[in-house]
Design a protein around this ligand. Structure first.
Ligand SMILES: CC(C)(COP(=O)(O)OP(=O)(O)OC[C@H]1O[C@@H](n2cnc3c(N)ncnc32)[C@H](O)[C@@H]1OP(=O)(O)O)[C@@H](O)C(=O)NCCC(=O)NCCS
Length: 214
């Protein structure tokens, strides 16, 4: 398959956790495990084995230049890994580990998480996020992973709008968004940094949402 291939598939495994309540069994909660597959990548939940790859990226000044500003120490990176990447998450949205096939090499993370207004999720909206190990830059990996997440977001989550924010100067990131069809919506000039806010609206031709329709 070619670079940046458009073939995307995913499986969603839904679990229910049963808890006995006053002599009866009730469903305490349920959650879904999402796995997205493209020509070259598998996006899946993070696992403990991703620790070193995740920390290497967080310690890399090139990866952090426009995403946090400064590299993290190994200790700090480990704390972030356990608190964020490995946090229990019952949402069908997520920022997934990206494995490069066929050897399942961890090359970064990509996903969609809820867009918030204060402490409230904005219904029908998601935020696209991608971070790729600098050893794998320039091979179309972020574009391929992002395309899978966008397809999943529109076609299965039924999102109507996906947004992304890029620090001014992060031209590679802006270029990935451009390749995915995002357009610049507004520019936010801060005291020290300027941010570019991009958006992509659900195309009229998207399949009917399946999760929200259930
Ligand atoms: C942004 C990032 C995810 C891109 O990953 P990637 O796998 O290299 O991206 P792709 O190969 O799919 O596409 C990169 C595109 O940007 C272009 N590009 C790279 N550096 C560039 C630069 N300095 N100026 C302009 N374009 C640039 C590439 O040529 C390519 O475009 P093309 O296909 O038209 O040639 C990666 O650089 C990264 O992880 N950066 C650090 C984390 C980060 O900033 N994440 C985004 C937070 S908003």
């Amino acid at each position: 398959m070619g670079r940046g291939g458009a073939r995307v598939s995913w499986i969603i495994v839904e679990y229910s956790v049963l808890r006995p309540t006053a002599g009866r069994v009730g469903i305490a909660w349920s959650y879904a495990v999402v796995i997205l597959e493209t020509d070259r990548l598998i996006l899946r939940d993070h696992e403990a084995r991703d620790l070193d790859g995740y920390c290497r990226m967080e310690q890399d000044p090139d990866v952090r230049r426009y995403a946090g500003g400064r590299p993290r120490s190994r200790d700090e990176a480990e704390r972030v890994f356990w608190e964020r990447a490995m946090a229990p998450d019952r949402s069908v949205m997520g920022v997934w580990a990206a494995d490069l096939k066929p050897d399942e090499i961890y090359v970064g993370r990509c996903g969609i998480y809820p867009e918030m207004q204060g402490d409230r999720e904005i219904p029908g909206e998601g935020v696209l996020s991608f971070y790729i190990d600098s050893a794998y830059w320039g091979r179309g990996i972020a574009t391929e992973a992002g395309r899978a997440c966008v397809a999943f977001g529109f076609q299965d989550l039924g999102l109507s709008r996906i947004v992304a924010t890029v620090q001014n100067g992060n031209d590679a990131s802006a270029r990935v968004l451009e390749k995915l069809g995002f357009r610049l919506e507004w520019t936010e000039a801060g005291k020290n940094r300027t941010f570019l806010h991009f958006e992509l609206r659900r195309p009229a031709s998207s399949d009917q949402p399946s999760i929200l329709a259930r």
